[in-house]
Design a protein around this ligand. Structure first.
Ligand SMILES: [Zn+2]
Length: 251
């Protein structure tokens, strides 16, 4: 299997066919619709989102999202959590940046604009995870911790897990201060006296270090800043940036 990822492009979202063959649906949206968690009740926004997803052919039902805090907390999503964080901050899963579940037809999602959404699927034990990974989360080994949680909860073997990286700020555009050399010495590019962080390389290294074959890691290769016409980028747009939704679901 190639490490590049063949994406299926649709109106308003991309799907990841590699997971389809495992009976798992994995999708990330584009900037056609801001999917940020809403601060207060907004019936109009709910209706708009529902209509857009219905048109996409993936009804926005039983989505569960966390309040993301750039740390390394992981929550196991149960039946009773259905709908939490579907629209609002107020009922979102507690401060966590990764969700895992083995419940069918339940979408678990994260919202991003530059941070890396990581899709994880196990075709054998039929369990899934979604991770919101920025540099802080990566520094706290959030993806590795998510793998460990899947091992504990669902008895998965890391060798059986498949990964996909959604759109994120890539090393072409991720300029950082020199202090990053100390945090991620092996994942910094130096170009004309400037430093660029390769979040994807660091994520990849941590995942393979946890026992996942490198051929099981697929990458959309989309840079949110280079492809800002299609994706939100916090780096490019600042506070005005909306959020893409990435979710995964066992069919
Ligand atoms: Zn770029």
């Amino acid at each position: 299997m190639s490490s590049s990822l063949i994406l299926k492009i649709n109106e308003g979202f991309y799907s990841l066919p590699i997971f389809e063959t495992m009976g798992i649906r994995a999708i990330f949206t584009t900037r056609f619709l801001d999917m940020a968690l809403l601060v207060k009740k907004d019936k109009k926004a709910e209706v708009l989102r529902n209509q857009a997803f219905k048109k996409m052919g993936v009804p926005l039902k039983t989505l569960v999202c966390p309040l993301q805090v750039h740390e390394a907390g992981i929550a196991v999503v149960r039946e009773k959590d259905k709908g939490r964080g579907m629209y609002y901050r107020g009922d979102a899963m507690d401060a966590t940046d990764a969700l895992v579940t083995d419940i069918k037809k339940l979408k678990i999602g994260v919202r991003t604009a530059d941070c890396l959404p990581v899709f994880i699927g196990d075709p054998y034990q039929r369990s899934i995870a979604i991770v919101h990974a920025g540099w802080r989360g990566i520094n706290q080994k959030i993806i590795v911790r998510t793998i460990e949680r899947m091992v504990k909860e669902f008895l998965v073997d890391p060798k059986d897990l498949y990964f996909a990286f959604g759109p994120a700020l890539r090393s072409c555009c991720y300029e950082v201060g020199k202090e990053f050399l100390e945090i991620f010495p092996e994942s910094i590019d130096e170009k004309s006296g400037k430093y660029y962080f390769d979040l994807i390389l660091e994520a990849r290294r941590q995942i393979t270090g946890a026992g996942v074959p490198s051929t099981h890691i697929l990458d959309s290769r989309i840079c949110t800043s280079c492809a800002n016409h299609e994706f939100f980028s916090y780096r490019r747009e600042g506070l005005a940036a909306g959020r893409m939704l990435s979710f995964i679901e066992i069919m």
